[in-house]
Design a binder for this molecule. Structure first.
Ligand code: ATR
Length: 277
């Protein structure tokens, strides 16, 4: 059997997904292809979806700007994706499209891989920086895994409060307050694009008050070691790079499509080197 996978989005010509999934196909001894299927925003989306149906991909990934726009075209949606309100993976089963969101779960898998103790220790205090789409996926995955003590800090408090409605007991604070009271947290997750190239000098909050051994994670992976992570390291924190989220969200998507779990860890260093150019 020849698997047919694709990525839809715009612009996606530089996406690393084909590279990752082709490695996964090889690693699992499966045959197939992963195609870039770019849909320009000027096109009529409904019409594009009809064309996509005819392509009969076994599965495809969905990225910006279509993660929400895709939902009305699904025949079924997984409960996590429904809560998040965005889909990044579609499985085609008997001609029906089933939507999933593997971003948040992929992020948590990557984190668990590096910090095994988090699988068992659920009563730690977590600070989530940001309240956008990425934060939403990660928040729902953390809740799904049973973490309870979550604080959201965001530039716009209103947006953080909307996100905090996901579950009772989620605290909302300003970025300034987060910086002042940083020593309360054992895990800090930076979910915004602050610090991304070409603005790699930017840091979302000062890490002056961090306590030693805190886990600091940044979803930005260009550069691999953001200024935020550099500062965290200098202050004795344990750091977690953003590129691993890419790998593990892809691993989970691949599992949904093929029911096989490819090894993601062996690709980690290669991906890091590719990104570092
Ligand atoms: P994504 O889907 O990548 O998460 P998004 O939904 O546009 O993107 O969310 C962007 C997040 O980055 C938000 O939390 C945003 O804060 P606001 O809600 O206050 O806009 C945050 N963000 C972006 N630029 C920022 C900056 N310069 N300083 C602080 N936060 C920033």
């Amino acid at each position: 059997m020849q698997y047919k996978f694709a990525l839809i989005g715009y612009p996606i010509t530089h996406s690393l997904s084909p590279w990752i999934h082709e490695h996964f196909l090889q690693a699992t001894n499966l045959e197939g292809s992963y195609t870039i299927y770019e849909i320009s925003p000027e096109k009529d989306f409904a019409n594009e979806m009809e064309k996509l149906k005819k392509e009969a991909f076994h599965g495809f990934n969905v990225t910006v700007p279509y993660k929400e726009k895709m939902i009305p075209y699904l025949d079924e949606i997984d409960s996590q994706a429904k809560k998040i309100g965005a889909v990044n993976t579609v499985l085609q089963k008997d001609g029906r499209w089933i939507g999933y969101n593997t971003d948040g779960i992929g992020y948590v898998r990557a984190l668990f891989h590096k910090f095994q103790e988090l699988r068992e220790t659920k009563n730690i205090k977590i600070l989530l920086l940001g309240a956008g789409g990425a934060a939403k996926g990660i928040l729902h995955a953390l809740l799904y895994e049973g973490f309870q003590q979550i604080t959201i800090a965001n530039r716009s408090l209103e947006r953080a409060e909307i996100l905090a409605k996901a579950k009772e007991g989620i605290e909302v604070i300003s970025l300034d307050e987060a910086a002042r009271r940083l020593d309360r947290f054992s895990l800090i997750i930076q979910t915004t694009s602050v610090g991304m190239k070409p603005k790699e000098e930017d840091v979302i909050i000062s890490l002056e008050n961090i306590k030693e051994n805190t886990i600091v994670s940044d979803i930005v992976y260009q550069p691999i070691e953001t200024r935020f992570l550099q500062e965290a390291k200098e202050r004795g924190a344990r750091i977690h790079y953003g590129h691993s989220m890419l790998l593990y969200q892809a691993q989970y998507a691949f599992e949904i499509w093929t029911e096989k779990e490819p090894d993601a860890q062996s690709l980690d260093e290669k991906l890091k080197q590719t990104l570092e150019g």
